[in-house]
Design a protein around this ligand. Structure first.
Ligand SMILES: [Zn+2]
Length: 252
C-alpha cells in the first residue's frame, strides 16, 4: 500500500485523523512509518480508559493522569513516523458519560464537533502539496470513530475538492468478521454517492516486527503478549498475516 503509487502523486501532505491516541498506529502504523511525513490529528484525547491490568500496576485514576500517559505513548509513535502530532483535546465518550458503543443521538454529537474538526483539517492543507486525508471507517461501532466518520461524510463534497479522501479499516475491530461485515454495510450506506476502490497491504516480516514494536508503545491500551491476528482484516485465525486496508473515494 504505497500511497504514492496509490495516487500516482508525489509531494504528499498526509493528514491522519485518529479518534483516539492509538488508532492510526493500530490501523495504519506500517503505512505511516513508510511515509515519514504528515500530521497526526488525535481528536478525542481527553480520556479515562486504560486496561485493568495497567490500572492495577500504575493506579492511573484521573482523567488528567490517563490523558497524559496516553499522550506520551503516542508521542513515541509520532516521532518514529516523522509525524507532527496535534491533540484536539475533545472528550472521549466515556468521559462525557456515554457508553463508547452507544450510537444513539449521533447527529447531535457530530454537529457538536464538526466545525472545529473540519476547520482544523482545512488549516493543515498545504497548497503546494497533494493533500491526503485519512479517516476511520467506523468499523467496530465505536461512537467516537462514527462521529469522525459522520463529520467527514457530511462535509465530503467540499473536502473532496481540496484533498484525496481515504477511509481506513479500523483495527483491531476489523479483525472480527461480524464487526467487519456490519461496519462495511454501514459505510456503504453512507458513501453511496461515491465510487470507491480498496487497497490492501499485507505486512512483510520487517514491517510486521516494526508494527508490533510500535503497538507496544501503547502499554496502557494493549494486552500482552500482543496477538498479531488482531491486526488483520476479517480473519482472527492464528497465523493470519497482519495487514492494513484503505478505501479511496471518488465522486461518481
Ligand atoms: Zn479508537
Amino acid at each position: 500500500m504505497d500511497t504514492q503509487k496509490l495516487n500516482g502523486q508525489e509531494n504528499l501532505n498526509n493528514i491522519f485523523l485518529s479518534p483516539h491516541f492509538d488508532d492510526i498506529c493500530f490501523s495504519l502504523g506500517a503505512l505511516a512509518y513508510s511515509q515519514q511525513q504528515g500530521h497526526l490529528v488525535n481528536v478525542f484525547t481527553v480520556s479515562n480508559y486504560v486496561t485493568e491490568h495497567f490500572h492495577q500496576n500504575t493506579n492511573a485514576y484521573s482523567v488528567q493522569d490517563v490523558t497524559k500517559i496516553r499522550s506520551e505513548e503516542d508521542a513515541q509513535f509520532s516521532k518514529m513516523c516523522g509525524l507532527v502530532g496535534h491533540n484536539l483535546a475533545m472528550k472521549e465518550s466515556p468521559v462525557l458519560g456515554i457508553h463508547p458503543f452507544d450510537l444513539t443521538n449521533l447527529d447531535s454529537h457530530i454537529l457538536a464537533i464538526e466545525s472545529e474538526l473540519i476547520s482544523y483539517v482545512l488549516k493543515l492543507q498545504n497548497h503546494n502539496q497533494n493533500n491526503l486525508l485519512y479517516c476511520p471507517m467506523g468499523i467496530g461501532g465505536h461512537r467516537d470513530h462514527q462521529v469522525i466518520l459522520g463529520a467527514v461524510i457530511k462535509n465530503i463534497d467540499d473536502l473532496i475538492k481540496k484533498m484525496s479522501i481515504l477511509f481506513y479499516f479500523d483495527l483491531p475491530y476489523s479483525s472480527n468478521v461480524q464487526a467487519l461485515e456490519d461496519g462495511l454495510a454501514n459505510f456503504q450506506k453512507l458513501v453511496k454517492k461515491h465510487i470507491f476502490s480498496t487497497y490492501a497491504k499485507e505486512l512483510d516480516e520487517k514491517e510486521r516486527a516494526l508494527k508490533l514494536k510500535m503497538i507496544g508503545f501503547y502499554q496502557s491500551q494493549i494486552f500482552n503478549p500482543i496477538n498479531p491476528s488482531h491486526f488483520t482484516v476479517g480473519h482472527q485465525s492464528e497465523g493470519a498475516k497482519m495487514c492494513e486496508m484503505l478505501v479511496k473515494i471518488m465522486p461518481k
